[in-house]
Design a protein around this ligand. Structure first.
Ligand SMILES: Cc1cc2nc3c(=O)[nH]c(=O)nc-3n(C[C@H](O)[C@H](O)[C@H](O)COP(=O)(O)O)c2cc1C
Length: 182
């Protein structure tokens, strides 16, 4: 069976360590899984319920919902800003709420920094409220103390590489239908 996951980078920074992590994910993806990156975070308008209607829905929001609906699972790599989630990323989640096929989808949470003490728990809380199925075994934290990392470093470091591969295997397992019970 083949599954597709969609990844989200919570940072818009050009040299983002979270984006480097997602590029490493694309390089290390195991057989049976393909990865597509959502690139529309900066294109979404500010969320307002006034536009959250079929006839008024902005094209960027419709595209987000279509991409999420088409994916079997999601992977988020999100930094912490001012003890919270980056505003542009939270805006993405607010638009995602209207995706009728989001509830129950498996979600993995990847973290790069050893320093983030608040945003990871906030992200979990928001996703639980959205009825996501967070897969704990697919979550990981590289525990870095710098954001000056690139994909070559992440793929060549044995520990980071193993953490990413293990998380991807866990995502794939979470997507496979389990044995049927009589
Ligand atoms: C405006 C701003 C606020 C930040 N606030 C925090 C914070 O509260 N806690 C923290 O651990 N790091 C904080 N950071 C550091 C970022 O989370 C860190 O640089 C992270 O690596 C950024 O992700 P990126 O490398 O993907 O861009 C902040 C950075 C910026 C620019």
């Amino acid at each position: 069976m083949h599954f597709q996951i969609i990844t989200f980078c919570g940072s818009l920074r050009a040299a983002s360590s979270n984006r480097a992590l997602l590029t490493a994910v694309e390089r290390l993806v195991p057989e049976g899984l393909s990865v597509r990156r959502y690139e529309g975070v900066a294109k979404l308008p500010h969320f307002t319920p006034d536009l959250d209607h079929d006839t008024l829905l902005p094209a960027a929001a419709r595209d987000l919902r279509d991409q999420v609906a088409a994916a079997d699972g999601l992977l988020f790599a999100v930094p912490e800003y001012m003890h919270g989630l980056p505003g542009s990323f939270k805006n993405t989640l607010d638009w995602m709420v209207g995706c009728q096929r989001f509830p129950g989808k498996p979600v993995a949470l990847a973290h790069v920094s050893a320093r983030h003490a608040f945003a990871p728990a906030q992200l979990e809380e928001v996703l639980k409220t959205m009825a996501a199925r967070i897969v704990p075994q697919a979550g990981f934290n590289l525990g870095l103390t710098t954001n000056d990392v690139d994909v070559e470093f992440l793929c060549s470091n044995a520990g980071h590489r193993a953490a990413i591969v293990a998380a991807l295997e866990a995502i794939r397992k979470s997507l496979c239908p389990g044995p049927r019970h009589k």
